[in-house]
Every structure is written in structure tokens, then in C-alpha cells.
Design a binder for this molecule. Structure first.
Ligand code: ADP
Length: 267
């Protein structure tokens, strides 16, 4: 098992943010973490990344307790891919990806031919070799997000943890990034990804973990777990699952029930 959480709880002072969450993810799976704002998604990720250390229960990454893993070892085990925001510095794509190899280098040494080969392979894997010498500021949001994924790949970690990687992307780039991420899962990586869009989970994830008020309300294979009833309950907004015929087969999508009164809270 690559990721295993057993009865994990975490509180900020008296505010309970995670309440007895358990799930596991095997090699080659892509688990989408769904839930409304405040459900506990970020808290869960921080526990997994060893940033929230005061949890109870157990967070195991490749069998090791997350909070006890030394930072350098952690980087070989799991890579975190943040949302892509406007970069402050205009580092080249290649230099940015090479930064992911830092964990392999000793203090003050610089990347060698081996790291360069790794960076080139990662760029190839994601189909962005042609961007290698462009500056980060000269890229689209989608291209920049793929660069962050490439930087994670050169860490040689088998677990990829992504916090809403499509948050700032246009529709086409969202699909391209998620397709790329799913391909990585299919090639053996274990991917955990949070998203606000249940359709992303429906189309690309193999598994779904649904959280509400810090508790697990559903977990399992996407096909069986991600129903319109679950999405309606999670987001307090009624939806129906529709099946649409396309040139490449039948595609399922959630459609909001527009004529239903929204009984949820406006945040
Ligand atoms: P999500 O990522 O699903 O939006 P979070 O994990 O950020 O949810 O938040 C879960 C709960 O913990 C929420 O009730 C939130 O208000 C609370 N929370 C998050 N961060 C803090 C913090 N630093 N201090 C106190 N409460 C927090």
C-alpha cells in the first residue's frame, strides 16, 4: 500500500478539522479528494506532508509514518505539486525542473549530467520539451502547471500529492493537465489530488475520497462511489448525472438541477 490513513483526527485548538478519516491508495491509482470548503482537504494534505504533526491515528506513506520521515527522505517518497500562480522570478523551465533534483545533491553542489537527463526525461514524459529554455513568465498557466509536475517527477518520488492543480487554468488546459496526471497514475505513480470539480473526478480519477465536516462520507472506486446523490449531498446542491454520446463513446457529466431551490449556504 502506498498511502494508508488509519483513523486520522486533527484539531486546530478546539476546532476539529479531521475526524477519524481512514482510506488507502495503491500504486497506479489516482484518488480525487472531494468536499465543500472547510471539509478538511487541506488539513488532510498537511498531515500527509508532515506539516501537521499533531494528528492522532496513523498516516503511512509507503509504510512509514509521515511525521517521522526526515525531510530529505520525504522528498524521495512523496512530491507535492502546488497550484501554479504567477511566478516572481523568470527562471527557465529547465532550471525550474532541475530544482526538483536538489534532494539528490550535497550542499553547494550543482546538478550534473545525470540530473540533466532526468529533467529532460520528465519534460519529454509530459510533452513539454520544446519549452525547456523558455522563462516561466512566458508560459501559459497550463504549461506552467505541467512544469511543476515535471519538477515533482525528477524527485523520483512515487507518490504525487496535488492541491487543486487546475484551479487557475482555462477549460482546455484543465483537461490537458488532468489527462497528463492520469497518464502518470496509469504508469505506476500513486496520485492524490484535491479538486472542487466533481466532473474532474468522474472523468479522470480511479478512486474518490469524499469529506464533509472533517469526516469521510464516501471512499471507493469512482465508478461505484461518485453518484449524483453523493455530489448533491456533499455540495448541498441537487445535481443529476447525465450520459452524453460523443465521437469517442459515452461520457458522464453532472448537471445542476437549475429549477431546484438551492438550500445550501452562500459562502
Ligand atoms: P478545505 O481545504 O476542505 O477547505 P480545511 O482543511 O482548510 O478545509 O479546513 C478544515 C476546517 O479547519 C475548517 O473548519 C477550517 O475553518 C478549519 N481551519 C483550517 N485551518 C485552520 C487554522 N489554521 N486555524 C483554525 N482553524 C482552521
Amino acid at each position: 500500500m502506498q498511502i494508508e490513513l488509519r483513523d486520522v483526527s486533527f484539531s486546530y485548538g478546539r476546532q476539529k478539522a479531521l475526524d477519524g478519516v481512514s482510506f488507502c491508495a495503491e500504486k497506479g491509482t489516482m484518488t480525487a479528494v472531494l468536499g465543500p470548503n472547510g471539509a478538511g482537504k487541506s488539513t488532510l494534505f498537511c498531515c500527509m506532508l508532515g506539516l501537521n504533526r499533531d494528528y492522532t491515528g496513523s498516516v503511512l506513506l509507503a509504510g512509514q509514518e509521515a511525521r517521522s520521515i526526515a525531510r530529505r527522505d520525504f522528498s524521495q517518497l512523496a512530491a507535492y505539486i502546488p497550484q501554479s500562480n504567477a511566478p516572481v522570478y523568470n527562471y527557465s523551465v529547465l532550471d525550474t525542473v532541475l530544482m526538483g533534483t536538489t534532494g539528490q545533491l550535497s550542499l553547494l553542489s550543482s546538478p550534473k549530467a545525470q540530473q540533466l537527463r532526468q529533467a529532460e526525461t520528465a519534460l519529454e514524459q509530459l510533452g513539454i520539451c520544446h519549452l525547456a529554455f523558455r522563462g516561466l513568465r512566458e508560459l501559459s498557466g497550463g504549461e506552467r502547471q505541467l512544469v511543476l509536475v515535471a519538477r515533482a517527477l525528477v524527485q523520483n518520488a512515487q507518490i504525487l500529492i496535488m492541491d487543486e492543480p487546475t484551479a487557475n487554468l482555462d477549460y482546455g488546459n484543465q483537461q490537458r493537465v488532468l489527462q497528463g496526471v492520469r497518464t502518470l497514475a496509469d504508469s505506476g505513480y500513486t496520485v492524490l489530488i484535491s479538486t472542487h470539480n466533481p466532473e474532474h473526478a468522474l472523468r479522470y480519477s480511479t478512486h474518490v475520497l469524499a469529506l464533509q465536516k472533517g469526516r469521510r462520507v464516501a471512499f471507493g472506486e469512482t465508478e461505484g462511489v461518485l453518484t449524483d446523490a453523493l455530489v448533491s449531498e456533499l455540495y448541498e446542491f441537487p445535481v443529476t448525472m447525465a450520459e452524453v454520446s460523443t465521437a469517442s463513446g459515452t461520457v458522464r457529466a453532472f448537471v445542476p438541477n437549475a429549477d431546484c431551490e438551492n438550500k445550501g449556504n452562500v459562502l
